[in-house]
Design a protein around this ligand. Structure first.
Ligand SMILES: Cc1cc2nc3c(=O)[nH]c(=O)nc-3n(C[C@H](O)[C@H](O)[C@H](O)COP(=O)(O)OP(=O)(O)OC[C@H]3O[C@@H](n4cnc5c(N)ncnc54)[C@H](O)[C@@H]3O)c2cc1C
Length: 385
C-alpha cells in the first residue's frame, strides 16, 4: 500500500459519512484529502447493513433541517455523482397506539409545517382503510410523510467515493487507523496499518467505532455501538409495489418493500451496547411474532435473509459534528444514532463548509458539537426507534 507522504485532511472511516465528507471537501476545493477504510470495501459496516429509509420528520428542528438539506440531495444525486440514489418516495407512516405518542407527534406537526415539510395526520380509521392487510385495530392516529421513502445505500456510498476519487481524493481500503499523534494540543499525524501520514486535520467518521478513534487521540467521544437486526421475507406479491414504510412506533416494528418481498426490523429497547453483530435468534422470534400479529400474511412467509448491524448511538440521539475544543485539528462527524444514511448528504456538506470556510453556510449546526455533553446543552429526539 502506497500512502501519501502527507495529507491536508485524513478522514477515518469509509462509510457513507466519510464518503460524503470526502466528496464535499473535494467539491469545495480541498486538495490532498485521504479517505481511509479498514475493511476491503467502502460502506460495508452500518451503512451496508441499514434499511435504506429516508425521512423528514423528527422531533427536533435540527434533525428536521438535516433531513430538509439531505432529501433533495438524494433527488439530484445522479447529476452530482453519476450514480442514481434510487430515491423512492413511498412515504413513511408512523402508526401511534399510545395517547402519549399521539400528543408528542401532534405537538411536532406545528414545527414540521413551519419548516415547510409536507406532513399529513391520519386518524385510526384512515390508517385501517389505507392498510387493509394489517392489523391496526388499536391505532389512534398516525403521521404520514409523503416525501419520505427509500434510497439505495450501496449506490450512495459508491457514488460519493467515485465522485470524490474523480476530484482527486485518495480513497483507500484495507487501511486501519491505529493511532492519532498529537503534540502541543494539535493533531500531528495519523498512524495506520500501512504507515504514518503527517496531517494537521483528522475527521472522525468511524461510525460505531468513533469512540475508539477518539481514545486514540486522548478524547472521550460518547458514541456507543448498539445492535439492530433485520430480516427480509420470501416473495410477497400480495403487497403492492408502492407499499409505504410503516412503523408501529410503540414497538419500533417496521416494514417496507425490499425486492420481491418485505424487509422488517424491530428495535430491542434494552439492547446493551456492544460490538456484537450476531443475529439474536431469541429476539428474532419476538420480532416474528409481533410482525405476524400486525401483518397476518407473515405467517405464510419464510425468512429470505437476516442480518444485524450497529447503530452509533449518542446519549441524546443526535450526531456529533464539528471541531472539538480539547484538540485542534480533530473534527467529529459521527454518532448519527440510527439515521446517518438519510442525513449523510447534509453531514458531508456541512462538515466540508466548516472545515474549508471556518463556518457553515447551509445550516447552523453549532448545537451538534461534542461540547454539549460537557455544558449540559444536550438535545432530545423522540422519533427514534
Ligand atoms: C439494522 C440497521 C438499520 C438502519 N436503518 C437505517 C435507515 O433506514 N435509515 C438511516 O438513515 N439509517 C439507518 N441506519 C443507521 C445507518 O446505517 C448509520 O447511521 C450510518 O450508516 C452511519 O454511517 P457511518 O459512515 O457513520 O458508519 P459506517 O457505515 O459504520 O462507517 C464507519 C466506517 O469506519 C470504519 N472504521 C472503523 N474503525 C476504523 C479504523 N480504525 N480505521 C479505518 N476505518 C475504520 C468501519 O469499518 C466503517 O466502514 C441503520 C443501521 C442499522 C444497523
Amino acid at each position: 500500500m502506497h500512502l501519501p507522504e502527507t495529507a491536508d485532511i485524513v478522514i477515518a472511516g469509509g462509510g457513507v459519512i466519510g464518503a460524503s465528507t470526502a466528496y464535499h471537501l473535494a467539491k469545495g476545493g480541498a486538495k490532498n484529502v485521504v479517505l481511509l477504510e479498514r475493511e476491503p470495501l467502502f460502506g460495508t459496516e452500518s451503512t451496508g447493513k441499514c434499511a435504506g429509509g429516508v425521512r423528514a420528520h423528527f422531533d427536533t428542528e435540527i434533525n428536521c433541517r438535516m433531513s430538509a438539506l439531505s432529501l433533495p440531495a438524494f433527488e439530484r444525486f445522479e447529476e452530482e455523482t453519476g450514480y442514481s440514489a434510487d430515491y423512492r418516495k413511498i412515504g413513511y407512516l408512523f402508526v401511534l397506539n399510545k395517547e402519549q405518542d399521539v400528543a408528542a407527534f401532534q405537538r411536532q406537526m406545528d414545527m414540521h409545517l413551519a419548516l415547510g415539510l409536507r406532513t399529513e395526520w391520519l386518524t385510526g380509521d384512515e390508517i385501517r382503510r389505507r392498510l387493509p392487510m394489517m392489523n391496526f385495530e388499536d391505532a389512534l392516529g398516525g403521521l404520514f410523510g409523503p416525501d419520505d421513502g427509500l434510497a439505495d445505500n450501496g449506490a450512495v456510498v459508491q457514488g460519493y467515493v467515485s465522485a470524490a476519487s474523480r476530484l482527486g481524493v485518495r480513497c483507500l481500503t484495507g487501511v486501519e487507523v491505529t493511532g492519532v499523534e498529537t503534540a502541543g494540543g494539535r493533531v500531528q499525524a495519523v498512524l495506520t496499518s500501512a504507515g504514518r501520514i503527517p496531517t494537521p486535520l483528522v475527521v472522525n467518521a468511524a461510525g460505531a467505532w468513533a469512540g475508539e478513534i477518539g481514545r486514540m487521540a486522548g478524547l472521550e467521544v460518547p458514541v456507543q455501538p448498539v445492535k439492530r437486526q433485520l430480516f427480509t421475507t420470501t416473495p410477497t406479491p400480495e403487497i403492492p409495489a408502492d407499499f409505504t414504510f410503516v412503523i408501529e412506533f410503540g414497538t419500533g416494528l417496521y416494514f417496507h418493500r425490499e425486492g420481491p418481498g418485505l424487509l422488517s426490523g424491530m428495535s430491542r429497547a434494552d439492547q446493551p451496547p456492544s460490538f456484537d453483530q450476531a443475529v439474536d435468534e431469541e429476539w428474532e422470534l419476538t420480532h416474528l411474532e409481533t410482525a405476524a400479529f400486525r401483518l397476518p400474511l407473515m405467517e405464510q412467509k419464510g425468512i429470505a435473509r437476516r442480518w444485524a448491524g450497529l447503530y452509533e448511538v449518542t446519549p441524546d440521539h443526535h450526531a456529533i459534528i464539528g471541531p472539538v475544543e480539547e484538540l485542534k485539528g480533530f473534527y467529529m462527524n459521527a454518532g448519527f444514532s440510527g439515521h446517518g444514511f438519510m442525513h449523510s448528504p447534509a453531514a458531508g456538506r456541512l462538515a466540508a463548509e466548516e472545515i474549508l470556510k471556518g463556518r457553515t453556510e447551509s445550516l447552523d449546526i453549532s448545537c451538534l458539537r461534542k461540547e454539549r455533553f460537557r455544558t449540559g446543552k444536550t438535545l432530545d429526539e423522540y422519533n427514534v426507534f
